[in-house]
Write a protein that binds this ligand. Structure first.
Ligand SMILES: [Fe+2]
Length: 256
């Protein structure tokens, strides 16, 4: 009788042990699955978070009366947001997800045109917003002022050449003030959503100031009068930000 009890006990103990091992293995497997999916989600979040859709640095009506509230609402909330969304879609699952956008631009000719158009649209607009402010305008000061005078003879001549770059850009595009690799300022314009950081640019340089001359930037207030929008633009330029960019660009070129 006691032998039977002993055998029965061994069998029950064995079964319990097997069952416990199976449960432990299942739990371990589930734990690994959760760990893997968490890593995957984290990796996706990191990729998306790398390229943020930054908040507009001022209120929609901050640039009134020069750039109106409705234009800014649609320009930022619809146009810029669409470029951002389409850029994120275009780079999803590619090496570009982990790259700096400036390194993508350096080799933009190797990537799909959707990246060129939407990556340009994403970057250019952020750069444009940050180059403006409420109660902006006036004149640049310090080293930037000296550099503008040196390169263009006077601030008025610089203003004329930059305005002309925007007025004469056929169709849609951007006017730019840039620094070339030797530390000299130059003005250029780019079509569509191209910019001077791209390898396809006619003249490459470090951007310091930009002006959007797509019709969506001015049509609601100025209709077909692009020159009126360009005249108004000078009242909202954030010269402190342009001067900061100039200093950063000089440092990147090791120029004092
Ligand atoms: Fe735009």
């Amino acid at each position: 009788m006691s032998k039977l009890k002993l055998v029965a006990g061994i069998i029950i103990f064995g079964l319990l042990g097997f069952h416990c091992t199976t449960i432990a293995q299942t739990l371990e497997s589930q734990k690994n699955q959760i760990k893997n999916s968490t890593t995957k989600i984290q990796s996706t979040m990191n990729s998306i978070n790398k390229f943020e859709f930054q908040a507009l640095p001022y209120a929609y009506d901050a640039l009134e009366p020069f750039i109106d509230k409705l234009t800014l609402e649609i320009h930022y909330g619809k146009h810029h947001k669409a470029y951002y969304d389409n850029f994120i879609t275009a780079i999803k699952g590619t090496e570009m997800e982990s790259m700096d956008i400036k390194d993508i631009f350096k080799n933009i000719s190797k990537y799909p045109v959707a990246v060129r158009n939407n990556g340009g649209g994403y970057f250019n607009h952020t750069f444009y917003w940050e180059g403006m402010k409420a109660s902006g305008g006036g004149l640049p000061t310090g080293k930037l002022s000296d550099a503008i005078t040196k390169s263009f003879a006077s601030f008025d001549e610089f203003k004329k050449q930059f305005s002309d770059a925007g007025k004469t850009r056929f169709g849609s595009g951007w006017a730019w003030l840039c620094l070339d690799p030797k530390g000299t300022l130059f003005i250029c314009s780019s079509p569509n959503q191209d910019n001077p950081l791209m390898d396809i640019a006619e003249k490459k340089g470090i951007p310091l100031l930009t002006m959007d001359v797509w019709e969506h930037a001015y049509y609601l207030k100025y209709q077909n009068k692009r020159p009126d929008y360009i005249d108004a633009f000078w009242n909202v330029v954030n010269w402190e930000e342009v001067a900061r960019r100039y200093e950063t660009a000089l440092k990147s070129l090791n120029i004092k």
